[in-house]
Ligand binder design. Structure first.
Ligand code: AGP
Length: 610
């Protein structure tokens, strides 16, 4: 998830672009760059790796000036953070910044290489730059060249484009990634998000998918991909600066909870074929033969990532019929672990820098395992040391409590389970196709689940005073109970425990009284009746039941103080949706208690020490 800015107006674009990028830095900080049309009609580039401050240093050492420019902060998805992979990319007199994933970039790159074009980066973005340049060389004006090139790509994009041959233009376009146009008194702006333009204008146009914006000194024109004019109305933004930084949300965590439909679908993008019922994951080193050699899977992680691993065990065992063990990294590394031949070791880590997870991964490699890491940060240590990487495309997760990274991990892990099952012949292509069809509907189901946030905020007001919470789940939703408890305790500081519902009578039932909210996950799956009896046990002792279910029939409503409805999906996929109301409940309770939601006490986003 990168940050894009663009400017065309009477002033010097450089300070405006840098200020805009600073306000978008939360969107990505692997590298940054500017392209500015100077007084001689040349476009000058300045780029640097790392934080935006490095780019500011480069600009101060090699100043540039011009009234038309574009800028970018990168969150790497293809190609590690480096100056060569930093945006803007240039081909001839054309420069481009991009946020998104060009799904068919490899096949397009092959075609362009075949035409004798050369590449200086590993990014999918540079392919798009060449496509636009190719259209320009066929005589199309910049807006038409952009539209024609976008017709050749599949995937998501928000772009800003400039060309020396048409100096008075900045062209923007979006499909799947956000892009807005700021309407100043005598200037126009392009940005990934509102905060970048607020100091200059509160009047913005939100572009829709498939729209192209042409910014010039005479104003802004918006068209569709066929070139047809699109009448757009502007929106007056009344956010305060704090809300602006979080895209209108009160906290990054709330923003990231609501970003999950996008991050989930971005993680799936380009990695499955419905017609063939296949999963293809770029960079996944195991071919058919190698998959056949796998005898068991060992999954190792920490915290929320460990919960994702516990869920993945159900998927891999039921679909690929492979035995799976799931271990907490700090335990695995000191247990003198058995890593027999044929072990596939999977580490799960949002940051790619968690010390215990890195140590466990190194230990597994030392003992001969093939290692794959599920990671959200391109170029992080875990990705450089594993044999293979399956990236989640969640974008930067700023809130310390993991939300969109968690569900993106689940997206990647489900793809891995299907990939292993298909490679081992334990899943037919028809069965795989059905599962994948359910999987790609999850973002829509997420939207439905998130639309009930208001009900959950109201429930939080009734529960925020509780001292202890119990979360119960069975089967594949037991790890979701653990995750719900972790979310609550880490951001609201209320003691909460996740338990297998079947364990209630073996101890935790002693905790239950009318002060203790008991969150019970009750999907309509094979163990639903068992969960109902657990509900009864809680009710009989006066416990406050909060039922989370995907079909609230009378037997649940009669027993529960509150019912949180979740859209129905395939039983194997329920954990992905059931996690959402628990994230929201934790968020609202924490906010009501006045806790520091995004940076809870004692915690760090990445635990880089033992
Ligand atoms: C989750 O909300 C926590 N922030 C924490 O448990 C986290 O999941 C854990 O530290 C693992 O981090 P990683 O995924 O970056 O390795």
């Amino acid at each position: 998830m990168c940050g894009i800015v663009g400017y065309i107006g009477p002033g010097d674009s450089v300070p405006i672009l840098l200020d805009g990028l600073k306000r978008l830095e939360y969107r990505g900080y692997d590298s940054a760059g500017l392209a500015v049309l100077n007084g001689t009609g040349r476009i000058e580039l300045r780029r640097s790796t790392g934080k935006l401050a490095n780019l500011e240093k480069v600009v101060s050492q090699e100043p540039l000036q011009g009234s038309t420019g574009i800028g970018h902060t990168r969150w790497a998805t293809h190609g590690p953070p480096s100056e060569a992979n930093a945006h803007p990319h240039r081909v001839g007199g054309l420069v481009l910044v991009h946020n998104g994933i060009i799904e068919n970039h490899m096949e397009l790159k092959k075609e362009l290489l075949g035409e004798g074009r050369s590449f200086s980066s590993e990014t999918d973005t540079e392919v798009l730059c060449h496509l636009i340049d190719r259209q320009s060389k066929r005589g199309l004006a910049l807006p038409e060249a952009v539209r024609a090139a976008l017709a050749e790509v599949r995937g998501t994009y928000a772009i800003g484009v400039m060309s020396e041959s048409e100096p008075g233009l900045v062209v923007g376009a979006r499909n799947g990634s956000p892009l807005i146009v700021g309407l100043g008194a005598d200037a126009s702006f392009l940005a990934s998000d509102v905060p970048a333009v607020l100091p200059y204008t509160r009047d913005v146009i939100f572009l829709d998918d498939g729209e192209v914006a042409i910014l010039s000194a005479s104003g802004v024109e918006v068209t569709g991909l066929e070139g047809e004019r699109r009448p757009k109305t502007s929106t007056r933004i009344d956010w305060n600066p704090v809300m602006a930084e979080r895209g209108g949300y009160k906290h990054f965590m709330l923003k990231e909870i609501h970003e999950q439909p996008r991050s989930f679908s971005d993680t799936l993008l380009g990695r499955y074929s419905l017609e063939r019922g296949e999963v293809e994951i770029e960079g996944f080193m195991l071919d058919e033969g190698a998959v056949g050699d796998i005898e068991q899977v060992v999954i190792v992680a920490c915290g929320t990532s460990w919960h994702a691993g516990l869920i993945a065990r159900y998927w891999i065992e039921s679909l690929a019929r492979l035995p799976v063990t799931v271990d907490i990294a700090s335990e695995f590394r000191y247990r003198d672990p058995l890593v027999p031949p044929g072990t596939l070791f999977v580490s799960i880590t949002q940051s790619g820098e968690t010390a215990d997870t890195l140590a466990a991964q190194r230990e597994a490699r030392r003992r001969g395992a093939k290692t794959v890491t599920i990671c959200n940060v391109v170029g992080s240590t875990a990705t450089r040391e594993a044999d293979a990487v399956i990236y989640t495309h969640a974008g930067p997760e700023i809130g310390v409590a993991s939300t969109k990274a968690f569900t993106s991990q689940l997206a990647a892990l489900f793809l891995l389970a299907v990939r292993l099952a298909r490679g081992r012949g334990t899943l037919t292509n028809d069965a795989a196709r059905c599962l994948l069809e359910d999987l790609i509907r999850i973002p829509l189901r997420m939207e439905e689940a998130l639309a009930r946030a208001g009900e959950i905020a109201a429930l939080a007001r009734r529960l925020a005073g509780a001292r202890d919470f119990l979360y119960l789940g069975r089967g594949i939703n037991f790890p979701v109970a653990l995750e719900g408890a972790l979310k609550l305790k880490e951001i609201s500081y209320i003691h909460a425990e996740g338990y297998p519902a079947g364990e209630l009578k073996h101890g935790p039932i002693a905790l239950i009284d009318e002060q203790v909210p008991v969150v019970v996950l009750a999907p309509h799956d094979a163990v639903y009746e068992k969960v109902l009896s657990n509900l009864e046990e809680v009710r009989a002792r006066g416990g406050r039941i909060i039922a989370v279910t995907d079909r609230a029939d009378e037997s649940v409503r009669a027993r529960a103080e509150a019912v949180l409805d979740v859209p129905a999906t395939h039983p194997l996929l329920t954990p992905i949706l059931f996690a959402l109301p628990l994230q929201l409940l934790a968020y609202y309770v924490s906010d009501l208690k006045g806790c520091d939601v995004d940076q809870p006490r004692n915690l760090a986003k990445s635990v880089t020490v033992e």
